[in-house]
Design a protein around this ligand. Structure first.
Ligand code: CA
Length: 233
């Protein structure tokens, strides 16, 4: 029998904890729960979960501080459960090394999809084969080895910068990527604040080339105030 994947939920609201726990158990995950940040940290260290679901508003420890501490020694995927409406906490959590977030209230199918994506992505990063499979989603194909993008078999001509953005989003497909992360990946860590505008211009051009209706994108979604998310390939 295959080993069950272990999910640690760090969340002080017990009804949310129970809801998540029930959904996960029915999907054959092994579930651990912690109602405080300190209990969560010690379970991460002692149990080595495959993924951590983390509420940012904990009674004893700020969730952002917990991410900072965990990331100093562990690459375990962290999925933030965010009740907060402000985008700033989400961005801060992602920039500290969280993998993604779900905003309360969320449905269990959305949560399951996010969990699968985060775990798959961490396995891919740890994979040793070094071969990058082409990204494919609904007619869009990105062949990383040939550096070629095609849409329903037709080659799409992207500028060097546009290509870099698309590839970075595809490598992270299914996950949100913050504006800052894209900018520092494409233009380097010393990029100017004007790059926000340049990124938006590039994204508009990318969507014109890829999307049938750029106002309702199919491939690259906007997470307002946070960043972009490419559909999972
Ligand atoms: Ca809370």
């Amino acid at each position: 029998m295959p080993q069950k994947l272990t999910v640690l939920i760090i969340e002080d609201e017990r009804n949310i904890c129970d809801f998540i726990s029930t959904s996960l158990t029915s999907q054959d995950y092994r579930v651990l729960t912690a109602y405080t940040g300190k209990a969560g940290l010690s379970l991460i260290a002692s149990q080595g979960p495959d993924i951590v679901l983390l509420d940012l508003g904990l009674p004893d420890l700020d969730g952002l501080e917990l991410i900072r501490q965990v990331r100093s020694w562990s690459a375990v995927p962290i999925l933030v459960i965010s009740a907060r409406t402000g985008e700033r906490d989400k961005v801060a959590a992602l920039d500290l090394g969280a993998d993604d977030y779900v905003t309360k209230p969320f449905g269990s199918s959305e949560l399951m999809a996010r969990i699968r994506t985060a775990i798959r992505h961490s396995h891919r990063l740890n994979g040793a084969d070094g071969v990058q499979q082409p990204f494919c989603y609904d007619g869009l194909t990105i062949d990383f080895d040939r550096r070629q993008v095609t849409l329903h078999g037709e080659p799409i001509h992207l500028t060097q910068i546009e290509y870099k953005i698309v590839v970075y989003l595809a490598e992270n497909s299914g996950r949100v990527v913050t504006y800052d992360a894209i900018i520092s990946h494409v233009w380097g860590p010393y990029a100017s604040t004007d790059n926000n505008r340049i990124l938006r211009v590039n994204m508009a051009n990318i969507r014109r080339k890829l999307e049938e209706n750029p106002a309702e994108p199919r491939y690259i979604l906007t997470e307002i105030g946070v960043g972009y998310r490419m559909r999972e390939g």
